[in-house]
Design a protein around this ligand. Structure first.
Ligand SMILES: [Zn+2]
Length: 341
């Protein structure tokens, strides 16, 4: 059976078809429909059916979305930026496509695929952070995504930005209706808003990144604020999870300077978190545990920014921030099948 995977993002929809061996037969991308719900799901169904016609065989369908699809009702929830949010996406798409459709949270798909064969391959505890139209996250422990009781595991975007400065309060209004969420600061629209407030210029996030690289002081200052806030937000994740690897995804993960500048900010904030983590973290002295760590090391050694360093007199894992090894939606959509079963 050929599998079609669909990645529904805030600004684009991608569809990929793979055969049983995992070979990619087709990949297409379209802007996300900026219309009402009925038109949007109609456009998604049409896109899938066109892909199916192109590969010339009946396909199964797996979909990765922001937020989560309720197991009971099939309603999409917590995908605040989407016209699909709060709507019975699963039953409606199944009716339009005439088959079962499986769903998984896109951040979980991303984190899982990076942990299985991506930049975090072999790591035991991985946090995947999506910095795009929205801010999402996924936690993978020992090769399994942690979905949680309400399918919101890892969703850090609607936590408040930690340790806000007076000028950051109450913070920008978030799509969820509250003020000062991490997403309101660290999403692409959040970055653009912050730049507009500071400079009066309306620019796209990619433009701000490109201009900062050419020496534009206003854009560079916007990104410095962004990086400092990202370090604060990730320090909270490290305090809670102590991940071996943090992989950044989403459009803003293309900004190379994040990988140069965020780790320094993180180290400054991480110090107390590390001491706290050392208190509660059992030290694995078993053969299996060591083997798992060695496997994790092999995985990290292949990642773009892998390093292993010494701290407090003994070698320890350091949380690393890396780019995803592959930006293809294919593995994410494969994951939609794997995690929804
Ligand atoms: Zn929010």
């Amino acid at each position: 059976m050929i599998r079609i995977g669909v990645d529904i993002g805030g600004t684009k929809i991608e569809v990929a078809a793979i055969d049983e061996s995992g070979a990619e037969l087709l990949r297409r991308r379209e802007p996300a429909p900026r219309v009402g719900y009925a038109e949007a799901i109609g456009a998604i169904a049409k896109f899938v059916l066109e892909a199916e016609r192109a590969v010339g065989a009946p396909c199964s369908v797996g979909i990765g979305t922001p937020g989560a699809v309720s197991r009971e009702s099939g309603v999409l929830k917590n995908a605040y930026a989407s016209v699909l949010n709060g709507m019975p996406l699963k039953p409606d798409l199944e009716r339009l496509l005439g088959r079962e459709v499986r769903f998984a949270n896109d951040a979980n798909c991303f984190a899982l695929s990076e942990a299985v064969d991506g930049a975090a391959k072999g790591a035991q505890l991985v946090f995947g952070a999506i910095l795009g139209t929205g801010v999402g996250g996924g936690v993978v422990v020992n090769g399994r995504a942690v979905e949680g009781a309400n399918s919101i595991g890892g969703e850090w975007g609607h936590n408040a930005l930690p340790r806000p400065a007076p000028g950051e309060l109450p913070g920008p209004r978030c799509g969820c209706g509250r003020d000062g969420c991490i997403e309101a600061f660290l999403s692409g629209p959040g970055l653009a808003r912050d730049h507009r407030l500071a400079t009066g210029e309306s620019r796209e996030p990619a433009e701000i990144v490109a201009l900062a690289d050419t020496g534009d002081r206003g854009c560079a200052a916007t990104l410095e604020r962004y990086e400092e806030r990202l370090a604060r937000a990730l320090a909270g994740v490290i305090n809670l999870l102590d991940p071996e690897i943090i992989v950044l995804g989403g459009g803003l993960s293309n900004a190379a300077r994040l990988y140069r500048n965020v780790p320094g900010g993180l180290r400054r904030r991480e110090r107390s978190a590390r001491r706290g983590a050392l208190v509660v973290k059992p030290r694995s002295g078993t053969r299996n545990g060591l083997a798992a760590r060695r496997r994790a090391w092999i995985g990290v050694a292949r990642a773009p920014e892998a390093s292993y360093h010494s701290a407090q007199g003994r070698r320890r894992w350091k949380s690393r921030i890396t780019t995803p090894a592959c930006r293809s939606p294919t593995r994410r959509s494969i994951c939609a099948f794997a995690t929804a079963t």
